[in-house]
Design a protein around this ligand. Structure first.
Ligand code: FES
Length: 100
C-alpha cells in the first residue's frame, strides 16, 4: 500500500506533498517489470504523515517510511527475498498490452 494522500492545509505534512505519486508509479513499474505476484494499492492516509511517503506491506506488515523512487529496486529486492515472492507467470503475460 502506498499513501498518496494530500492534505488541504499546506502547513500539514502529507505523503503527496513528498512526491508519493512518483514513488507509487516507480513501485508499480518495477513490480510490473519484474512480474511479481503482488498488487500495489494507492491508499489514503495511514497516520505516518510526518515521516512519509508511507508504504506498508499488507496485511498488517511493516511500515516503510521516507522512500524515494531511487530506493525502489533495493526495496523490492529485499521483499522478494523476505517474502519469497513468486513470479507471476500465466497465460496473460504473453498477451500484447491493451490497445496495441
Ligand atoms: S498523508 Fe500519508 S500517512 Fe498521512
Amino acid at each position: 500500500m502506498v499513501c498518496i494522500n494530500r492534505r488541504l492545509r499546506s502547513d500539514l505534512a502529507s505523503c503527496a506533498a513528498r512526491n508519493s505519486g512518483d514513488l507509487a508509479e516507480a513501485i508499480e513499474d518495477e513490480v510490473r517489470r519484474r512480474g511479481l505476484a503482488v498488487r500495489v494499492e494507492r491508499t489514503v492516509c495511514m497516520g505516518r504523515c510526518d515521516f512519509g511517503p508511507t508504504v506498508r506491506i499488507a496485511p498488517g506488515g511493516a511500515f516503510h517510511l521516507g522512500m524515494t523512487p531511487a530506493d525502489v529496486p533495493g526495496f523490492l529486492d529485499r521483499l522478494e527475498t523476505d517474502l519469497d515472492l513468486k513470479k507471476e507467470f500465466n497465460e496473460f503475460n504473453n498477451l500484447p498490452p491493451p490497445g496495441s
